[in-house]
Design a protein. Structure first.
Ligand code: HEM
Length: 231
């Protein structure tokens, strides 16, 4: 059996890992959104050119993808093992903290984080299968860029998001992503010890603004394609 103090040191360490990996993923999400905003140009050439440029990075892209996968797995793995540890340390919730609504604010926000995080994970598995490993040039998704033939990823994204079920699912996940980031960014800053009583409110607001901007930014894409793009 391990010493309780060793357990709490491990928990603090894991919280720092969750925070750092989470902030790293926020960086990816910002870059991904900026690239995807080219989808709002309706002829698709800007987006296809951007995707072809990424593809052209070859080995460098493969290294970035492996790095990203590692950060995702670290974030998910540390979250799951911290949750398990918390549950085994305190199988019964503290009664005295229960509000009239029957739940503590921290319980409800961590439960919401678990729900939004799980749905984002399900989304990611479907998303990468649909787009990263979806049909390419050999299946007829071909666009021309000057003299060159490149993958018509724009057509694939439009076909996918013109499906009402997909447009609705993507929109739901983008809202959940915004909420996950709104709480997650602020919580990460706290785990890293960056909040002080004086900075608590401004940092909480900053986390909320970043979460909302990213959520709304991503939400614009399925909405624009579903309602605005003719196929
Ligand atoms: C409307 C929203 C989104 C659209 C239209 C979109 C579009 C795409 C496309 C087209 C690709 C394939 C890129 C390629 O194969 O070159 C891709 C890959 C990917 N997307 Fe998204 N995405 C969206 C939201 C998100 C969100 C919110 C996340 C993360 C939370 C995400 C994570 C990823 C990841 C991890 C990859 C694989 C990257 C790689 O392997 O290079 N996407 N996305």
């Amino acid at each position: 059996m391990s010493h309780p103090q060793a357990k709490s040191i491990t928990t603090v360490f894991k919280k720092v890992i969750i925070a750092l990996s989470g902030l790293g993923l926020v960086g990816f999400v910002v870059v991904h959104l900026l690239g995807n905003l080219t989808l709002l140009r309706s002829d698709g050439s800007a987006f296809n050119a951007y995707a072809a440029k990424l593809e052209g990075l070859g080995g460098l892209l493969a290294v970035a993808e492996v790095g990203l996968l590692f950060v995702f797995l670290t974030h998910i793995g540390s979250t799951l093992t911290t949750k398990k540890r918390n549950l085994s340390a305190r199988p019964v919730a503290y009664r005295q903290w229960k509000s009239k609504g029957g739940d503590t604010p921290s319980n409800s926000s961590s439960r919401n984080m678990a729900i939004s995080g799980s749905l984002i994970l399900i989304f990611l598995i479907l998303h990468i299968w649909q787009f990263r490993f979806g049909p390419g040039m050999s299946q007829g998704y071909v666009a021309t860029q000057g003299q060159e033939q490149i993958r018509d990823l724009y057509r694939l994204v439009v076909e996918t998001l013109k499906n009402p079920l997909m447009a609705a699912f993507y929109s739901l996940v983008m809202v959940l992503l915004g909420l996950h980031l709104r709480h997650g960014i602020w919580s990460a800053l706290q785990s890293l010890g960056l909040t002080r009583p004086r900075t608590l409110k401004p940092l909480r607001l900053a986390g909320a603004v970043i979460g909302v901007v990213l959520g709304v930014g991503f939400l614009m894409i399925p909405a624009w394609i579903y309602f605005g793009v003719s196929n």
